[in-house]
Design a protein around this ligand. Structure first.
Ligand code: FES
Length: 178
C-alpha cells in the first residue's frame, strides 16, 4: 500500500512519507470503526476524518479509501464531489466556508461571501498566497436557524452580519480565535 503511494507521487521525498503517515492515520480510524461493526454506511464519516487528517481529499486518498472499503473509485469520487464540504484541492490553514443554501441566501449570505472575498483578497475556491486562508461557498450545512453563517475550520459563526466578518477573519490572522 505504501509503495503504491510512492509510485503515485514519484518523488520519493518528504511528501511521500507525510502521505504514508496520513494514510496510516486514516487506516487506524477505519480499523477502529471496523472493530465496532460493519463499515457499510461509514464512507462519509471516513472521508470527514480523512479530510481532517490530510486537509483535503486528493485522488490518492480517495483511491485508498475506496480500496479499504471495497468500493469503486467512482463511488467515492461521486460522494466527494456531491458534498460541498469536501475539497479535492488543498485548503488554507483556516478553511472559511460560507453557506449559500436557500435559508442563508435569503438573509444576505451573498453579501457575507462578498465581504469574505474582500477581506481575504481571494475568490470563492481560492487560497491566500500565504496558505493561511481558503474560501468556499457551501450548500446548506443544516443549521438554517443560524442563517446566515460562516464556518472557520468547522467553528460556526451564526447570524453573522457583514460588518462582523472582518473582525472574525482578522482574529484568525492574529491567531486569537483558534
Ligand atoms: S441554508 Fe445555510 S444552513 Fe441551511
Amino acid at each position: 500500500m505504501v509503495a503504491e503511494v510512492k509510485d503515485l507521487c514519484g518523488q520519493n521525498g518528504q511528501c511521500c512519507s507525510e502521505m504514508q503517515n496520513q494514510l496510516q492515520q486514516i487506516d487506524a480510524f477505519i480499523d477502529e470503526l471496523a472493530k465496532q461493526g460493519s463499515l457499510d454506511g461509514k464512507l462519509i464519516a471516513i472521508l470527514h476524518k480523512a479530510q481532517e487528517i490530510v486537509g483535503y481529499l486528493p485522488d490518492e486518498v480517495q483511491a485508498h479509501v475506496a480500496r479499504r472499503l471495497s468500493l469503486s473509485p467512482a463511488k467515492v469520487f461521486g460522494v466527494v464531489t456531491f458534498y460541498s464540504y469536501f475539497s479535492r484541492v488543498p485548503r488554507g490553514k483556516y478553511a472559511v466556508d460560507v453557506c449559500m443554501g436557500t435559508a442563508c441566501f435569503v438573509v444576505g449570505a451573498d453579501a457575507v461571501l462578498e465581504e469574505c472575498k474582500k477581506v481575504l483578497g481571494i475568490e470563492s475556491g481560492g487560497v491566500t498566497d500565504d496558505h493561511m486562508f481558503s474560501l468556499n461557498a457551501l450548500r446548506c450545512v443544516g443549521a438554517c436557524g443560524l442563517a446566515p453563517l460562516v464556518l472557520v475550520n468547522g467553528k460556526l459563526y451564526g447570524r453573522i452580519k457583514v460588518d462582523e466578518v472582518k473582525g472574525v477573519l482578522e482574529s484568525y490572522k492574529e491567531g486569537g480565535a483558534q
